[in-house]
Design a protein around this ligand. Structure first.
Ligand code: 13P
Length: 255
């Protein structure tokens, strides 16, 4: 049992990995181990094509299941894109917005972010809005500026009464998939900056409802120390979320 103000949130982002059979096996294993979930929230962000099957297997458990991306329109000539309502229809209850791979590999512009977060909320999907600086930006001393700019665009259409449904993930781009994790000081500093910005933007009480997750090379052997950092309310895990033997110890970081 934890005595945190906010319920810890451990999320796995499978990215473009696994296949249908291995996805369903992993969900079955985690579901079996989780029990009623109780004192922590666990979610998986899965390839959209597997959402219907994964949500069917997850049913009856506290596991959250979400998509990895959405477009902000509800319909239209947007070949290859998915509307928030479509994810909802196949059972998703959450979605990632602004993941660094969307921003940097697929060149999604900043000015889509606010519309995507709003569209997720309006479709009753819980967004995790991802922010984080590149290595060049960190070396250039621009981390705070970049993160605040990303928050400005992502929270453009978020109202204080939406706050309890929004999560922020701080994922320094240089730590994603590299094996290099932010130090606890670097994570603490960035999470403090984000919390302060949220307080200024939304007010004290709503800002304190928002969980801020850390992501970037989270592994079983660093999960506990990251979760001990003030204002780290959870973890967004890529590679280590693909197998039960690495993800379960992260979910159970305090046991
Ligand atoms: P890794 O845990 O593989 O570094 O990925 C982090 C991430 O991008 C989660 O969204």
């Amino acid at each position: 049992m934890t005595n945190r103000a906010r319920k810890p949130y451990i999320a796995g982002n499978w990215k473009m990995n696994l296949d249908r059979a291995r996805s369903l096996d992993l969900i079955k294993t985690v579901k079996g181990r989780l029990g009623d979930g109780g004192d922590r929230e666990v979610g998986f962000f899965v390839p959209a094509i597997y959402l219907a099957d994964v949500t069917a297997v997850a049913q009856g458990s506290p596991l959250g299941v979400g998509g990895q991306n959405i477009y902000f329109e509800a319909n239209g000539a947007f070949t290859g894109e998915l509307a928030p309502r479509m994810l909802r229809e196949v059972g998703a209850d959450r979605v990632l917005v602004g993941h660094s791979e969307r921003r940097h590999v697929f060149r999604e512009p900043d000015d889509w972010m606010g519309r995507k977060v709003r569209a997720a909320l309006d479709a009753d999907l819980l967004p995790i809005y991802c922010v984080g600086e590149t290595l060049d930006e960190r070396k250039g001393g621009k981390t705070d500026r970049v993160v605040k700019r990303q928050l400005e665009t992502g929270f453009e259409k978020v109202r204080p009464d939406d706050a309890h449904r929004v999560t922020v993930a701080y994922e320094p781009v240089w730590a994603i998939g590299t094996g290099e994790t932010a130090t606890t000081e670097q994570a603490a500093q960035a999470h403090r900056t984000i919390r302060k910005w949220l307080v200024q933007r939304l007010g004290e009480a709503p800002a304190h409802l928002i969980r801020i997750l850390y992501g970037g090379s989270v592994k079983p052997d660093n999960a506990k120390e990251l979760m001990a950092v003030e204002d780290v309310d959870g973890l967004l895990v890529g590679g280590a979320s693909l197998q039960a033997d690495t993800f379960l110890p992260i979910i159970e970081y305090d046991r």
